[in-house]
Write a protein that binds this ligand. Structure first.
Ligand code: BG6
Length: 246
């Protein structure tokens, strides 16, 4: 874990150990707990490189993890922030959402220099490299470095750095997502602004393409849509307890 073993540099200050704890979660899977002085916390499992908890300073859980989630390889953990890589959804020949979410990531003890605010003391660096078996199903060598950082104000920042390590320099393409499950106290109060004029593929209608017609997106029944050319930032994502996510 960078947090306990790397040398401090101007780009990468040495966090105090109390901000970062390595422990075990359900079924004995290893996880890293990040804490901040004001009471914010987050947890990231090595399995999947998956954030499975993010709590505010009142101890409220901001992410949803299903009570039926299976914390046992080779099943992906249903909830938190699964990482879809090297394929998002079924947009390719690999298993749905790729294989990164059901691989055991390692702690990256020596991540390359990273621009980071000196105020951020609580972070973990993970790395995923393909196994021989992975290379048979996706013949591209890579290093996927993930930093999960919890800021002093409770903000959670995930940074992914993906490097092509193919010996011959052959390029590859991939699709990727942080497939975040937010915890919502009342779905009827959720409102998303910034997608209302976009085209989308409707997974409930065999990926039929349509254009969003309404105002803000609200949820009255099951919704499973992939928005095309979505903006990098939504205008707002309004939830009851989680309003600070807007
Ligand atoms: O069920 P999975 O494999 O964890 O995927 C979660 C969801 O991923 C979304 O991308 C799909 O559109 C949904 O249909 C799916 O339910």
């Amino acid at each position: 874990m960078a947090a306990t073993s790397s040398s401090p540099t101007p780009e990468s200050p040495q966090p105090r150990a109390s901000f970062v704890e390595r422990t075990k979660g359900p079924s004995g899977l290893e996880k890293i707990v990040l804490r901040e002085a004001r009471g914010f916390s987050a947890e990231v499992h090595l399995y999947g490189g998956q954030v499975t908890s993010w709590k505010n300073d009142h101890g409220d859980e901001l992410l949803f993890v299903s009570s039926k989630a299976i914390f046992k390889p080779p099943k992906a953990i249903r909830g938190g922030i699964p990482i879809c890589f090297p394929q998002f959804g079924t947009h390719g020949n690999l298993e749905k959402h790729g294989f990164a979410r059901n691989r055991l990531w390692a702690i990256d003890d020596n991540p390359p220099p990273f621009p980071i605010s000196t105020a951020v003391k609580s972070f973990a660096d993970l790395i995923l490299k393909p196994s021989e078996e992975d290379l048979k199903i996706w013949p591209h060598s890579f290093e996927f470095r993930l930093r999960v950082a919890l800021g002093p104000g409770g903000d959670l920042v995930l940074t992914s750095r993906i490097r092509n390590t193919n010996n011959d320099g052959r390029p590859f393409s991939f699709t990727f997502a942080y497939h975040t499950y937010f915890s919502v106290s009342d779905i009827s109060e959720v409102r998303i602004e910034g997608l209302e004029t976009l085209d989308y593929l409707d997974n409930l209608k065999g990926k039929e393409r349509s254009t969003e017609q309404g105002d803000a997106i609200v949820f009255e029944s099951e919704v499973d849509k992939i928005y095309l050319d979505a903006p990098k930032k939504l205008q707002s994502l309004i939830m009851r307890r989680n309003e600070h996510l807007s």
